[in-house]
Design a protein around this ligand. Sequence first.
Ligand SMILES: O=C(O)CCC(=O)N[C@@H](CCC(=O)O)C(=O)O
Ligand SMILES: [Zn+2]
Length: 350
Amino acid sequence: MNLSTLQFLSQSRQTPELFDKKMTMALGEQTSVSIFAPGIIQFEPVLAQAGADAKGNTLKAPKSIVLSCGIHGNETAPIEICDAIVQDLLAGKLSSPHRLLFIFGNLPAMDIAERFVEENLNRLFNTNESEENMEQKRAQVIKQAVAEFFDNENKPSSHVDTDRYHYDLHTAIRESKNEKFAVYPFLHGQAHNKDQLRFLSACGVNTILLSQSPTSTFSYYTSYHYYSHSFTVELGKVRPFGENNADDFAAVTTSLRQLISSESLDLPAYQACPLEVFEVKQVIDKSSNDFRLTFSDDTPNFMDFSEGAVLAVDGDITYTATQDGEAIVFPNANVAIGQRALLTVVPCEL
Ligand SMILES: O=C(O)CCC(=O)N[C@@H](CCC(=O)O)C(=O)O
Ligand SMILES: [Zn+2]
């Protein structure tokens, strides 16, 4: 296989059978490339594997960085950003001192421009190992690739001393008052990392939601099992392939490329970052086909409500805002029964 002419994403979508077996190849003299499966590719610096440069000097340990996109097939902007980065790495236009794993999540859903084919892939990152449909099978393949990449024999002892990173890139169904935002998965009492928020701010992501409980999302999975600095990052609104405005993604594209290509980053001070932090107040699951939201489909994420305002009705159950300023995020009445249909958030201090 000629890596310099490989069109990794488009060939993964068009001829996935090419990548059915794991393969490892050299990319020039500096980089080893492993393809785990269609849409899953790793880049690893050869010298870093040996731990020393040509003169025998010990090298700084490389970061291990996972960039995932297309976990929802119609969230195209992150897919386009990661596709361009992978193409530049393969063509030798970009190089990295770090270990990189790119995951293009739901390839069949990309082809039909849908969030998923049979089941929401971002609700399958838990201990369940069923393989009854395409998304369940894909979740197992992704989990296996991540396990090999992070290699828990060398697991850090906490989130404090980790050099593992996972940015799961998405776009949202609705407009958002705060256009770019990130979900910081529940850390089970460990401290939130301000350097990570500085990096997200450099990406143009200045709104952070602190999750308060375990979830079955990909970012919670890597955070919990591998102690990576993990985030679900929402970069804007869902649009079809080719309809994303590159200017809207310039800061995140530049910052991700710097993260990949530099030993260390020059980030603004935490105090200088215009961050707004929220904590999740209510996680509202749909429990019946009678579930409905009380606000219109064009109500944006982060619209806030007064205490007592009715947000959703589910048969006999009425969900209301519990305090003034409680805001809605990810409202979706069309989810499967048992799944999250709405989050509410309130401002908080880190
Ligand atoms: O806009 C929406 O309603 C959904 C956008 C999206 O896919 N969000 C993620 C968030 C995952 C998390 O909470 O960490 C999802 O719902 O899977
Ligand atoms: Zn998504």
